[in-house]
Ligand binder design. Structure first.
Ligand SMILES: [Zn+2]
Length: 285
């Protein structure tokens, strides 16, 4: 299974261009049969399969990704944060990507620090050296954005976003898929799955909060899942044992993580592994 986010031509977010995306698919097709998640999970399917997955419900799905997939006649599964169908609020993850690419780490940190209390100042402090592959200041920034209380960071991030990028309602439609876009993907044989409701990290939430995310996301996205099985991609790859129980209890058929491993009949269907698209050339040599 391979995970994609941004595929764009022209300046913008870090990601693949449509040519790079096309080349990756051609490369994968040499080794694997590219199929939907449902086909891959069908019992008795022992072909060497590869599933393409796309997180975050980005507009790229219909503007750049779909045309290439149609051209090469392959199907994929698109995981959508349910809130984007209901409200024009840009998710933290995209605010962070847009701000980092527009103003860079240092200005971003300065703007946040101007709005954060003393105890929460972001600095190049070794205490924040988490699993990130960045310099210390960026590690500290990412950790704060990932783990600081949602209620504290949300209004601050909105304020900085407004200052440098603009009104989030106005640019919302350029960034995310609409309900009509989801129907378009379905008409082309693609599958829609759940990527949480608010895109908050499930593994960091209480049982009740996780339950709310799972149930409300399912309610909103069911009209787009149709008669297909319901799948979930855990936002930021975050989950805990209760997430797995809740997913099964509420009728999800499988869940995908960001753990880098292949999947077989012995893999827990709620902990399916995915490789990042940057690793495609290591999968097929
Ligand atoms: Zn995501």
């Amino acid at each position: 299974m391979v995970m994609y986010h941004y595929v764009q031509d022209g300046p913008g977010m870090k990601g693949l261009t449509s040519d790079e995306f096309r080349n990756q698919l051609l490369h994968l097709k040499e080794e694997y049969k590219i199929v939907s998640m449902t086909e891959a999970l069908t019992p008795g399917n022992d072909e060497r399969t590869c599933v393409l997955t796309f997180d975050d419900g980005l507009k790229d799905s219909v503007t750049t990704i779909l045309p290439v997939m149609k051209e090469l006649n392959v199907k994929g599964t698109f995981f959508v944060p349910a809130s984007i169908i209901k409200q024009k609020k840009i998710l933290h993850v995209q605010k962070r990507h847009l701000l980092l690419s527009k103003i860079g780490t240092e200005v971003f940190v300065e703007e946040l620090n101007n709005r954060l209390p003393d105890a929460l100042q972001i600095s190049a402090d070794p205490v924040f050296k988490a699993d990130y592959l960045d310099d210390l200041l960026t590690c500290s920034l990412k950790w704060m954005l990932d783990f600081l209380d949602f209620d504290i960071i949300d209004p601050i991030l909105s304020d900085v976003f407004k200052k440098y990028i603009g009104d989030e309602e106005e640019i919302f439609d350029e960034i995310y898929l609409s309900g009509d876009d989801l129907y378009l993907l379905l008409n082309e044989g693609m599958e829609i799955g759940v990527h949480g409701h608010s895109h908050r990290q499930l593994g960091e939430m209480s049982f009740k909060e996780q339950e709310h995310e799972m149930v409300s996301a399912k309610d909103i996205l069911m009209p787009f899942v149709l008669d297909k099985p319901l799948y979930i991609s855990y936002p930021s790859g975050s989950y805990n044992p209760l997430t797995l129980r809740l997913a099964e209890y509420y009728g999800y058929e499988a869940g995908v993580t960001i753990l880098k491993h292949g999947n077989g009949s012995s893999t827990n269907r709620f902990e399916l592994g995915r490789y990042d698209c940057n690793e495609v050339y290591e999968l097929v040599k």
